[in-house]
Ligand binder design. Structure first.
Ligand SMILES: Cc1cc2nc3c(=O)[nH]c(=O)nc-3n(C[C@H](O)[C@H](O)[C@H](O)COP(=O)(O)O)c2cc1C
Length: 178
């Protein structure tokens, strides 16, 4: 296991994947991370749709105008949905689950990328969320936050450059105080 800060440094968005499938063990570990995510009041509004079917991945890749094409080359995707009747903090809960899956993927030696669906539109101005709903048969009370594309990295990206860390965003005791 990598040191946690090294894991954070090495997790970079991966948009190009090899054809190698993801092992069932890695899939299980990524889903374990998702299902251990903290959520407000432990309501766990999130649910996850695991997609490996190539044609479904292709259709997800055109569910929004830009930034989703990479899904077409991914070995798999996890669509992060939530029952919005359960809680008003489903966006936060689903966001945490999304990033934890990305970190778990990195821990497995895999690449991943967050594909935003909430509030996004397709090339014709239609709702990305409605496209995903229709494709996956989601009930009306379920919202879609994101899709996590996962696969073996075509190549490693440079780790996060600590020289670019924005320490100026840190305020000590009061805003503006360094
Ligand atoms: C809320 C959110 C939405 C994102 N949506 C997309 C997306 O739709 N498509 C995409 O290619 N990358 C998306 N990303 C990835 C960001 O572009 C990426 O994290 C950022 O540029 C920093 O690069 P890094 O992940 O390599 O550190 C998203 C990231 C976040 C946190």
């Amino acid at each position: 296991m990598e040191n946690f800060l090294e894991l954070l440094k090495n997790r970079r968005s991966c948009r190009r994947f090899t054809d190698e499938p993801v092992s069932q063990e890695s899939v299980a570990n990524i889903m374990r991370a998702a299902l251990m995510s903290p959520s407000g009041h432990r309501i766990n509004p999130w649910e996850f749709v695991l997609v490996e079917n190539k044609e479904t991945l292709r259709q997800l890749s055109v569910s929004k105008a830009a930034g989703a094409q990479l899904l077409d080359g991914a070995a798999m995707a996890v669509v992060v949905i939530a029952d919005t009747d359960k809680t008003d903090v489903w966006v936060e809960d689903c966001s945490i689950a999304t990033i934890l899956m990305q970190l778990a993927a990195e821990e497995e030696g895999l690449g991943s990328c967050w594909v935003q669906i909430r509030l996004r539109k397709d090339a014709d101005g239609g709702s990305s969320e409605e496209n995903v709903r229709a494709l996956l048969g989601l009930p009306a009370n379920y919202a879609v936050l994101s899709i996590v594309a996962i696969g073996h990295k075509e190549r490693d990206s440079k780790p996060f450059d600590e020289e670019k860390m924005q320490w100026e965003k840190l305020h000590i005791e009061r805003f503006g105080e360094k």
